[in-house]
Design a protein around this ligand. Structure first.
Ligand code: ADE
Length: 225
């Protein structure tokens, strides 16, 4: 898989890909992540990529031309399955969207800034709009990093234990059950006895029950879906 991210603040995207699982996935060539500075695509002397809103109103708007130049250059080099725009009014990211995107070959992610992009960018280039939640960030970069993390960890081979992504919260519309590790007892707080019984069918059943109970308590909306 190849992910191209277009941003006016590319520095914001350095560290998420330079540590831990994402770094290892890139080093293992399971994914390529390329970050493009939108200012490299402007002909403006001041490297400006935004302008005043037609009709008046507070806030600047990202102009079409640099975005067109960057996306068109990328598209001239390879085919893309999706051109995603990170925006608070997009579809709210969930596990199902991450699962679908992890199966794609090449995707472009455009990070919004200021008031956002000229509507014609959305009309003519964007195939999917994604929000990471009902709150407004200062730009799409952190959202893009979240989206990439959610996608990349699902690519086969990225997680050491292939099954571990399948047992994540949300994969079956259930939150994950509680988990325990050593020590067995800490300050008199004991891990559940059943987990030491060696009775794996009973442990599996217990985990399913706990996952259901936890989901009922915390996210009953997931059970209705
Ligand atoms: N840009 C600004 N806010 C955002 C959000 N909530 N999700 C994705 N991109 C954004």
């Amino acid at each position: 898989m190849r992910i191209d991210i277009i941003s006016v603040v590319p520095d914001l995207l350095k560290s998420p890909f330079d540590a831990s699982i994402l770094k290892r996935a890139i080093e293992a060539k399971l994914v390529e992540v390329h970050i493009h500075n939108l200012r490299d695509y402007t002909t403006d002397n001041y490297k400006s990529v935004d302008d005043y809103q037609f009709g008046g109103g507070a806030g600047m708007v990202m102009t079409i031309e640099p975005i067109d130049k960057c996306i068109s250059k990328l598209k001239s080099e390879r085919d893309y399955d999706e051109v995603i725009y990170m925006t608070p009014d997009g579809d709210v990211l969930n596990q199902s969207i991450a699962n679908q995107l992890s199966l794609k070959g090449n995707i472009i992610i455009l990070c919004g800034h200021y008031k956002g992009v000229d509507q014609r960018v959305r009309d003519h280039f964007i195939t999917k709009e994604i929000s990471i939640g009902d709150y407004v960030l200062s730009g799409g970069e952190l959202g893009a990093a979240v989206l990439c993390d959610a996608i990349i960890r699902l690519i086969p081979g990225v997680l050491g234990n292939e099954t571990s992504a399948l047992t994540d919260s949300f994969q079956d519309n259930l939150l994950a059950p509680p988990i325990y590790t050593r020590p067995r007892s800490y300050k008199g707080w004991n891990a559940p006895e059943l987990l030491f019984s060696g009775n794996f069918p009973a442990i599996e059943k217990w985990r399913e029950e706990k996952a259901l109970e936890h989901t009922k308590n915390r996210r009953p909306d997931l059970l209705k879906e």
